[in-house]
Design a protein around this ligand. Structure first.
Ligand code: TRP
Length: 335
């Protein structure tokens, strides 16, 4: 925390947290435990800003219906998962179009070889895809998102760490040319967030088709759970919890004591994989049901959802407007 002493009164300022989410379709248990839950858990500790990265999504989705449907869905998902608009400033990136202006100033001080070193770009390039300029420039738009808000911490998955480093580099480059303007953000990689395994044991990911949907119907969730891959041990045989994909998922839901009991049942034998799956299903549904109800409530009140995001954008704009004036002045476009 940063403390300020003004007129003899100490103000405890919360650090600012910022994170963006790409609207890329239905979310799964892995998204929840790997990211969303962290934002929810941190919303009291930090002055939090969480936005829907719709401009970033256009680098891959160029279809009006799909994009707008995804934006609404991600808004509903996050509200349903417990992001509280009273605590977190929720907004849509495209409403804060000052970020595109800032990204342009950054573009002009960034070289192509530097962007060619980005892992995400290299991966896309290796797949011999034709890369659009937006995708190439992705790290710079992301740097603008982060730096425009003077964010202290950026909670991201390990795969996004390099992007936060790009933001730090860009801040330093700008500060060197135009004088100190931006603070250097830190990535917040939460150590206790294990990689959530999918139903085949690999990292849960849409591209592996091994997900358990978060907001599926009971039937859809059950179907995914029953498909979790196991070996072919009979119910009586002792089983190894540490190599079991079902047990790995139980770890997300059970407390230490409960896990210990389950562990002993695995080792002793007599617990079938089917029963273990049924127990897991019960846990998942217990988590999902109240969130699903909340989602339905918001879905019936889309105007309320729009209002939440519009108010968030107003707040975010207010926060950045003074900073943008300083930046325009430093760059020299303000006369
Ligand atoms: N690149 C992030 C992702 O795909 C989304 C994102 C865009 C973001 N801008 C950001 C994350 C700024 C953190 C901060 O997950």
């Amino acid at each position: 925390m940063q403390n300020y002493l003004i007129f003899g009164i100490i103000y405890y300022m919360k650090k600012r947290l910022l994170s963006g989410i790409q609207p890329s379709g239905t979310i799964h248990i892995g998204n929840y435990f790997g990211a969303i839950k962290q934002f929810v858990d941190l919303q009291d500790k930090y002055d939090s800003y969480v936005f829907i990265a719709d401009l970033h999504a256009i680098t891959t989705i160029q279809n009006k219906e799909e994009l707008s449907k995804n934006i609404i869905n991600v808004a509903l998902d996050y509200l349903a998962c417990g992001l509280d608009p009273e605590k977190v400033c929720l907004f849509k990136q495209s409403d804060l179009f000052e970020v595109t202006e800032l990204a342009w100033y950054f573009n002009c001080i960034t070289t192509m070889p530097y962007l060619e070193r980005a892992t995400a770009y290299k991966d896309a390039h290796m797949k011999a895809k034709e890369i659009n300029v937006g995708l190439f420039d992705y790290p710079i738009l992301m740097a603008a998102d982060i730096l425009i808000q003077d964010a202290d911490v950026v909670p991201v998955g390990a795969d996004q760490k390099q992007h936060v480093e790009y933001a730090r580099d860009t801040a330093q480059k700008f500060n060197k040319i135009y004088g100190k303007t931006f603070k250097l953000p830190e990535p917040l990689i939460l150590k206790n967030v294990a990689i959530v395994p999918g139903i085949d044991g690999r990292k849960m990911s849409k591209s592996y088709k091994n997900t358990i949907p978060l907001f599926g119907t009971d039937e859809e969730i059950k179907k995914a759970v029953m498909k979790i891959v196991t070996d072919s041990k009979t119910p009586e045989e002792p089983k190894d919890p540490d190599s079991c994909n079902i047990y790995a998922l139980h770890k997300l839901f059970l407390n230490e004591g409960e896990l210990k009991v389950l562990r002993e049942r695995y080792i002793k034998g007599g617990l079938s994989y089917k029963e273990s799956k049924e127990m897991l299903l019960t846990e998942i549904l217990k988590l999902v049901k109240p969130m699903r109800e909340k989602r339905e409530m918001y879905e019936k009140n889309l105007d309320l959802v729009r209002e939440i995001f519009e108010n968030g954008a107003k707040k975010a704009k207010f926060v950045v407007s003074e900073k943008m004036n300083i930046i325009r002045n430093k760059v020299g476009v303000k006369i």
